[in-house]
Design a protein around this ligand. Structure first.
Ligand code: ZN
Length: 544
């Protein structure tokens, strides 16, 4: 908001809970654990594209997948080794498992695939829950420890840095703390640089995480944390682990992951950078977080959550009139950070909950002076009346601008519709045929136009029939527009032609514009005595 004082909220958040560790790892596993999300499938080019975006964000480590476990991941590591992408900030990590039961690590083909991936770092998952060793792995507790030690030592001897993910560590600790800690100790003694404590089932709560990480700290190795969101606490649990001393946090951008997902890495990083004051990403990178999160969503083709903390479309959106009137005084009264710090923006929503302040702020955003209280109040009433009739403006700025222009007398009347008539015919085995006749006055003349198309709704065909009288859409979105985020399409509410009736609809009614777009590919309809407008031939006007 121009003209308002800005406050650096980071100052308010001090003092820091604890000083930043000398070394801190931001470890992204979007390409490995994140890709296990239902409905999320990544090709090798997808993985390369996401790796480039993660590297631009400035994470320290990118876990690229599990070489040897599936052809896609093997190809990705081969492409990376062949120089398909040069990482500027991050280091590539290959995921793998401890060697098979009863086999030497040097002879295990899956361990060999990790070793031969040419990734500088291996992240090996190991069992640390006694029940999982005996019931899932079906081996002895001693053999599991030998598997950890042998695998880590082998990869270290082959020149890779090694991190160890202790699977189900927190659940295992609660049932058999001695064995869980022994797994950590064995990994550390074998040469693991970081031992990552995993809440694999995602059921922990922050106080439990803090307590268990504190206990594990006694082993004396660098600790990390990997949390899932099944209890809705993945980010909170990661922060609790950080408070208890871990120096390595794993997570995924946009919280991708199996079931309810992994810890959302951008939230963890933003919290630590903006609330604790720890610089974790390269200078300025956090200001690109919103753009990069949405760019990654474009690649995954998973629609981003508008309500995602920090980077969601709605993260700094205000609807209530009470908020708006305070925000006019100081935007920071109703936001926890300056949205620009994460590359996001405050948005004022226009709805039936809007007060005069919402309307004035939104008008200012769109370049209109609504300081006249009477005018602002009148427009507020117009919006509330329209919303009561079923219209929705909060995702339709262009429609709101049209309403504003009409109230301000800035909306030209291109034509006046006097009447319209629609005739629909359905013939078995053929597409439904719809014909619309519109009587109107345009360019000073009374005219009659006929539009015809197949399977089209009444409002759209009336718009279609009258489109030659409409102005060309300018590049600025002063009329309908579409945007795509992930696989979703948002369509702003087109205003029906003057005089045409239209049933109430939401401004974000999907498919309205795409239905119009589809008409261009439809074949011309049959001819009739009155020449009709079809997809390829437009309008015949007959003076009355
Ligand atoms: Zn996981």
């Amino acid at each position: 908001m121009p003209g308002h004082p800005t406050i650096d909220l980071r100052i308010r958040m001090s003092p820091q809970p604890r000083p930043k560790p000398a070394e801190f790892h931001v470890f992204d596993t979007t390409l490995r654990d994140g890709s296990q999300q239902e409905g999320l499938n990544l090709s090798v080019p997808d993985k390369l594209a996401i790796a480039a975006l993660l590297d631009e964000l400035g994470v320290g480590f990118i876990e690229g997948g599990w070489p040897g476990a599936n052809p896609n991941d093997t190809s990705f590591f081969a492409a990376m080794a062949d120089g398909a992408l040069r990482l500027k900030n991050a280091q590539l990590v290959a995921f793998g498992f401890t060697r098979r039961v009863g086999m030497k690590a040097a002879d295990d083909p899956l361990t060999a695939a990790v070793r031969d991936s040419r990734a500088p770092i291996a992240c090996i998952v190991a069992k640390s829950h006694d029940r999982h060793v005996e019931q899932a792995l079906r081996t002895t507790l001693a053999e599991n420890l030998a598997m950890i030690s042998d695998t880590v030592q082998h990869l270290r001897a082959e020149g890779q840095r090694v991190f160890v993910d202790c699977e189900h560590f927190f659940d295992g600790y609660r049932e058999n703390p001695a064995y869980a800690l022994e797994a950590v100790r064995v990994a550390a003694e074998a040469g693991a640089e970081v031992v990552v404590l995993c809440d694999t089932n995602g059921g922990m709560l922050p106080p439990w995480v803090g307590e268990i990480v504190t206990a594990a700290s006694e082993v004396g190795v660098q600790l990390g944390v990997h949390t899932h969101n099944d209890s809705g606490c993945a980010v909170a649990n990661a922060l609790a682990a950080v408070d208890a001393g871990v120096m390595h946090v794993q997570g995924t951008v946009n919280g991708y992951g199996e079931r309810t997902g992994n810890a959302e890495l951008l939230s963890v990083v933003a919290n630590l950078e903006l609330k604790y004051g720890w610089p974790l990403l390269p200078a300025g990178s956090l200001r690109e977080a919103t753009r990069l999160a949405h760019a990654i969503a474009e690649v995954t083709n998973v629609p981003p959550s508008a309500r995602q903390p920090y980077v969601g479309l709605s993260s700094f959106a205000h609807k209530a009139g009470l908020h708006a009137s305070a925000i006019k005084v100081d935007p920071n009264l109703y936001q926890h950070i300056d949205p620009a710090l994460v590359g996001n923006d405050m948005r004022m929503l226009v709805s039936d909950m809007a007060g005069r302040a919402n309307i004035q702020i939104k008008g200012e955003e769109l370049g209109f002076d609504l300081s006249d209280r009477e005018l602002a109040a009148r427009i507020t009433d117009r919006v509330k009346d329209a919303e009561a009739a079923g219209y929705t403006y909060e995702a339709a700025d262009a429609s709101f601008e049209l309403l504003l222009r009409r109230e301000l007398g800035q909306l030209p009347e291109y034509f006046t519709v006097h009447s319209w008539r629609v005739f629909t015919q359905s013939t078995h085995g053929q597409e439904t045929d719809t014909e619309c006749t519109v009587r109107l006055t345009a360019k000073g003349q009374s005219q009659r136009v006929v539009g015809r198309a197949t399977a089209r709704s009444t409002p759209s065909i009336t718009r279609y029939a009258t489109r030659s009288f409409r102005p060309t859409r300018p590049s600025r979105s002063s009329s309908s527009s579409t945007t795509r985020c992930g696989s979703s399409t948002r369509v702003t509410a087109p205003t029906p032609p003057s005089g045409c009736s239209s049933r109430p609809r939401t401004a974000s009614a999907r498919g309205r514009l795409s239905a119009l777009a589809r008409t261009s590919s439809r074949p011309p309809g049959r001819r009739s005595a009155t020449r009709t407008c079809t997809a390829s031939s437009m309008v015949r006007r007959t003076s009355q």
